[in-house]
Design a protein around this ligand. Structure first.
Ligand code: SF4
Length: 268
């Protein structure tokens, strides 16, 4: 079902996209972009707003990831420090990629707003959608017209971007499913920019009740761990305290909290 939708989506090309056709046309029509003051004010607000404290909530961007890591993040436990300037630079580059695309999309009138908070206190869920908009009345898909969409912007190195182009953006789907659950969108677009060549790939999804239920279940699990003060088990990939996941996780590795703490009272 999922595969079939993806194949159909590829065959339909631009008719199945929300962002790329309009943004491309707008950029050809506006080779020297001048931004309106209200667009810049919106971007300035983003630039000058400190990142939120992620403890005490479950971030939508972590949907589908290791539940033990999500509980550690909920508890606000120390993450392994980043010691590589290239990694810090990559994060900073991603931050500006978002603002460049958000500014252009606002100026082009393709989106209505950016950084929409989707907080769901009863489920301790927090998230912020990169952008929201309304599908225009001249969209080739007649049934899509007038519907609300959310947008997630991603940057990917060329090799990863090529894989996503071939096989779809599975790696980002659970985050989007969480947004469908907490935001009630009709459609969601994932726009991937190749970090090396700056090409775009776009995938548009409709809400899928089965996938949304999986997110509801995951949030229920995470809330159960908090209510019962239980630290979830390590995922199978990390049971031997070795491997790629173990090393890449901000709570993993030899000195990481995952190696040291199994009990809530030691962690909290
Ligand atoms: S190291 Fe592995 S098991 Fe531990 S929190 Fe990270 S992903 Fe989960």
């Amino acid at each position: 079902m999922e595969k079939a939708f993806f194949e159909t989506s590829k065959m339909l090309g631009d008719a199945n996209k929300i962002i790329i056709p309009r943004l491309s046309k707008w950029m050809f029509d506006n080779r020297q972009i001048t931004y309106d003051e209200d667009v810049m004010k919106t971007i300035l607000t983003t630039l000058t707003t400190p990142g939120r404290d992620r403890s005490g909530s479950f971030a939508s961007s972590s949907a589908g990831k290791c539940q033990r890591a999500q509980i550690y993040a909920y508890l606000g436990l120390d993450q392994n420090p980043i010691t590589d300037i290239n990694v810090l630079n990559m994060f900073n580059d991603g931050h500006w990629r978002h603002m460049r695309l958000q500014a252009n999309l606002l100026q082009a009138g393709i989106i209505d707003d950016i950084e929409l908070s989707l907080n769901w206190e009863a489920k301790r869920s927090k998230g912020s959608v990169d952008a929201v908009g309304t599908i225009p009345d001249d969209h080739p898909q007649v049934l899509w017209r007038g519907k609300q969409f959310g947008l997630e912007i991603k940057g990917a190195a060329s090799m990863k971007a090529s894989k996503i182009l071939m096989n779809g953006p599975d790696v980002y789907r659970e985050q989007v499913d969480r947004y469908f659950l907490s935001g009630g969108f009709d459609f969601f677009s994932i726009l991937v920019e190749d970090r090396n060549f700056l090409g775009w790939t776009e995938f548009v999804y409709q809400a899928d009740p089965v996938r949304i239920q999986k997110q509801r279940d995951e949030l229920d699990d995470l809330n159960w761990y908090v209510d019962n003060e239980v630290i979830p088990d390590r995922i199978p990939e990390c049971r031997n305290q070795s491997g790629e996941m173990w090393r890449a996780c901000p709570f993993g590795g030899k000195g990481g909290i995952c190696a040291r703490t199994n009990r809530w009272r030691d962690a909290a």
